[in-house]
Ligand binder design. Sequence first.
Ligand code: PRX
Length: 663
Amino acid sequence: MSNDQGTIEARLTEQEYFRPPSKFVGQANVSDPAVYDRFDDFPEGFEEYADLLDWEQRWDETFDGSNPPFFEWFVGGKLNASYNCVDRHLDERKNRTALLWEGEGGEQRNITYRDLYREVNTMAAVLREVGVQEDDVVTLHLPMLPALPITMLACARIGAPHSEVFAGFSASALADRIDDADSDVVVTVDGYYRRGEFLDHKQKADQAVEEADSDVDTVLVWERHEGDLHDDVELVEGRDVLVSELQADHERARVDPVTRDAEDPLFLMYTSGTTGQPKGCQHRTGGYLSYVTGTSKYVLDIEPDDTYWCAADIGWITGHSYIVYGPLALGTTSVMYEGAPDHPHKGRIWETAEKYDVDVFHTSPTAVRMFMKWGEQYLAEYDFDFRHMTTVGEPIQPEAWLWYYKHIGDEDAVIVDTWWQTETGGHLITNLPAIQDMKPGSAGRPCPGIEPAILDDDGDEIEPRSGRAGNLAITRPWPGMLQTVYGDDERFIDEYWQRFSDTDSDDWRDWNYEAGDGAVHEEDGYFRILGRLDDVMNVAGHRLGTMELESAIAEVEDVAEAAVAAREDAEKGEVPDAYVTLREGVEATEEVRERIVAAVEDEIGKFARPANVVFCDDLPKTRSGKIMRRLLADISNEEELGDTTTLRDPSVPERIREQVHGD
Ligand code: PRX
């Protein structure tokens, strides 16, 4: 999509509606449209979500908007997130499976709520033993193993915010995040399996700790095979501690959940923005947990007796909100899978769905497109029956939606297309599945209590239901929203509020959250999300900032300048193309290209690798020297070149285009 917001074009084709099956509606957690009226009673409506939790002390004030945009929720309330996700289920469902973990090699672990209680208590004692105190930020670099939710919940238990860094991030990316969070303790694992291979994961933490400026004094190391450290992995004396060794001393430990204020931070989740430095989105305890529990119940329709599988990675916000916190707060069974979806065969996901009799399934459009490419023959031999399915993270093309509906849902499951962001904590735009009809490619209505608006570039509201594209903004606060950017309140204001708010006002009504996405409010009241309008791209559901990629490439010796543009990709949604100029006298060789790709892998991670590296003589720049990435995106997407009249040298993009595509 073009960065030039003046020229946003919505390409819409009318789609038909699909009614939710009546057997779904009959059993749904919420099917009465009056829910919207209840939540329109702002802010008290949101208490309906908070009432799903156990509070040690009820709040005095639902919402405090007196210091915008630093809004507070459930002020004066006290609770503990670990208590809500674990302890409170012990009376009624201690033998119910909380986490159902499937290893890539086929191992299985059924962790009951009782087991989880023991594990979380023990890990909380371990964290305390290595010196973690309330409010210390602990950085986690863990893959899809039970160790990850256990460590998160153990941190929550002792009031230490966790900052989980997706396992696919490189050592350097981990080091940046350790530094930003100023963590003394890092938690990792010796390794994990991916496509049958054991990956040595700990080496990334080793390198990161070396690179980081923060003084990391302890690296806690889980073992993929408990009590059996992998032969290739070595411990650094005086710094590394095996979790299993300390666990032995705390097997029967009971660590009381620390009383947290509703506004105390629960975790940080770093995400890409429009600058090179990732932002630590800080989420609060009470508002966040209320919001994800409420939306898990109303939007995902999770029941305590369900087996629910969100096939995302806990290293991203989707996994935090909708594998760990929301589902466990509701006391359901949440499935986790360690490995690759096509290992050892392309039916692995469906085989697992059958094995565990999954009721509610959750995945990304990228995964749906991949399943579609593999073909329905991989589904045929497995017997599974989803009641409800979710998509998240990217726009889903109607074609992929229809395939999901027909082949995976058997035309018998509802689908919710959930729009939200790392910053929003939980779903903001999506249908309530028993209330609205589904429309392929359209996220649907705002969630209860959420008020989006489409604004033009001057910040004026575009007529609702006009079908005209513009900037998506949220005009009323909600409990799941981030509190701030960790350690940088100014950046919080700059990135999300500055553009569409009256920043001199102390009335919260004058403050509008800028989502960074383009969207259309359609005649039927549904929202269709068009994609990012800023320099953030979405690669296979992973959010990536062009600036991060560019700064990684610019560090390569011999590179003079780099610009990254998003190319549309049938499978991954978008992929990065890098346009690079080299220093005087340097030849554009395969070896330089390899160094550029390696730099991105080292600085960010393999998932961010550029799809193409194009060496150019010059980059398209305005007279003031600003690189016009929009024109590079036109080249990557084989679209007609946009306006070049403001360029210093208008012939540059045409030359690059010829070089890439020929005449
Ligand atoms: O562009 C939107 C896209 O993903 C961005 C948020 O990415 P992230 O913070 O990584 O969170 C992803 C998981 C919530 C948004 O700005 N996006 C997310 N959901 C959708 C979407 N685009 C279209 N349709 C969606 N359902």
